[in-house]
Design a protein around this ligand. Structure first.
Ligand code: ZN
Length: 421
């Protein structure tokens, strides 16, 4: 099932660099004809023709329709072939596994999910995820896998591809997730925090704007992803954006990270559930109390729904969370000056009840210059978002980091997916 690409450039880095540049220009639709490529790269006609021919022969580009004529004969447009390989995305949540297959333009072509407790540990979890991926691949056209991205609900050392002391993932500390996927697929693997994947999905949605963005997920836990001029800011160790464990004022609530008074321990979904249960024990009545009396467990989702239905206890919980989240985000706004803040996660599903309070606190506590062009919106809340973001992570790394190396080595080597053990 193996087929060698006809790309053989040896160590001629100029050729590799210009070939990659041309592929990327067509891929991002910055230049889609040979004359446009010549104008943008400054390369002569002969060189452009040679490189484009090489890119077509290697399967990256193909000829499309004739473009707009500017006098003489209309130039032929070029298209990037996004169907030549698969990207695999595995998005792990606290209580679910979601996997998908995407093409090289980031379109998720198939996906599936199941409920799963991540506390089961890495071996069984990743075996289950790989089984789900196999099922998807069986129904996809047979193509090589060029990239794998994995999202996990905890801090990740991006360089090593391993979680670091993740509070809700017992047994995962330091586990080499990358290696597990590399053993299965002959492809590069990237592992990142789940909120970073959501952040990249948001970037893709706004790809035409220069963007400084904070994505804040208020689900069971709380985390943030940061985009600086469109680039993900992971920090020195991959810990950037972990605002869930920033300390809030006057709180003595124990956090699941082992510390006391973290934002998450006051405002995260799990903390709201704890507060709801306490309130009900103390005699609170209403929708949540009735559900609880009926044997239904209180969840962050149930609190958001009850708040939208006007339940007083749920509204006070959501307000409490939103006010504290707003204060923490305001500190970030003053320091980071984003133009977009996106709020996602199950607690924010309470909609304007949550968002209006966050907005109020952010504007109250931020400097006018920092909020002049700021928009604060809710995420689209689509469950496929982590898969879309994972595909973006893979594409970014593949074309920026992996291809220069592959091309220098005479790859991509086309290896059939199912040939790998
Ligand atoms: Zn904490």
């Amino acid at each position: 099932m193996a087929r060698e690409s006809s790309l053989r450039f040896g160590a001629q880095t100029d050729e590799i660099t210009s070939l990659l540049r041309i592929i990327n220009l067509v891929r991002t639709e910055e230049a889609v004809t040979r004359p446009e490529i010549g104008r943008l790269t400054g390369l002569g006609r002969g060189v452009v023709t040679q490189r484009v021919d090489a890119a077509i022969e290697a399967g990256f580009l193909e000829d499309g329709e004739f473009g707009q004529s500017s006098g003489g004969r209309a130039p032929r447009t070029l298209r990037f072939r996004s169907d030549q390989a698969h990207i695999i995305v595995c998005a792990l949540g606290a209580l679910h596994i979601r996997v998908g297959i995407a093409s090289l333009d980031g379109t998720v072509t198939s996906q599936t999910h199941r409920e799963w407790d991540i506390a089961t540990g890495p071996a069984a979890t990743l075996d289950t995820a790989l089984g789900m991926i196999d099922e998807l691949l069986a129904d996809e056209p047979e193509r090589p896998v060029w990239a794998v991205s994995v999202g996990v609900p905890g801090p990740v050392d991006f360089e090593s591809g391993s979680p670091v002391a993740p509070p809700i993932m017992p047994g995962w500390n330091g586990f080499d997730i990358r290696r597990r996927f590399e053993q299965r697929f002959d492809a590069p693997v990237w592992v990142d925090n789940d909120v970073n994947l959501l952040t990249l999905a948001e970037r893709q949605r706004r790809r035409d704007e220069p963007i400084d963005l904070i994505y804040c997920k208020v689900g069971s836990g709380i985390g943030a992803g940061l985009l600086s001029r469109g680039r993900l800011h992971r920090g020195a160790n991959g810990a950037a954006g972990d605002i869930g464990h920033v300390r809030v004022r006057d709180s003595a609530e124990p956090c699941r990270c082992g510390k006391v008074g973290c934002l998450e321990a006051e405002a995260g979904g799990w903390a709201l559930v704890r507060r709801a249960n306490r309130a009900i024990e103390d005699g609170a009545t209403g929708m949540l109390a009735t559900q609880f009396a009926g044997g239904l467990a209180i969840t962050p989702e149930a609190i958001a729904v009850a708040a939208m239905d006007g339940d007083a206890l749920a509204i006070s919980l959501v307000h409490h969370s939103a006010g504290l989240v707003g204060e923490s985000i305001a500190a970030l706004v003053n320091m980071f000056n984003p133009n977009v803040i996106v709020i996602g996660g199950s607690v924010s599903a309470a909609g304007e009840i949550f968002l209006a309070e966050v907005r109020r606190r952010v504007y109250e506590l931020s400097l006018p210059l920092a909020t002049r062009d700021l928009s604060l919106v809710r995420s689209v809340g689509d469950e496929k978002e982590p898969l879309r973001g994972g595909a973006q992570l893979a594409i970014e790394q593949l074309f920026d980091a992996t291809f220069p190396r592959w091309f220098a080595e005479g790859r991509p080597t086309i290896v059939g997916v199912r040939a790998a053990a």
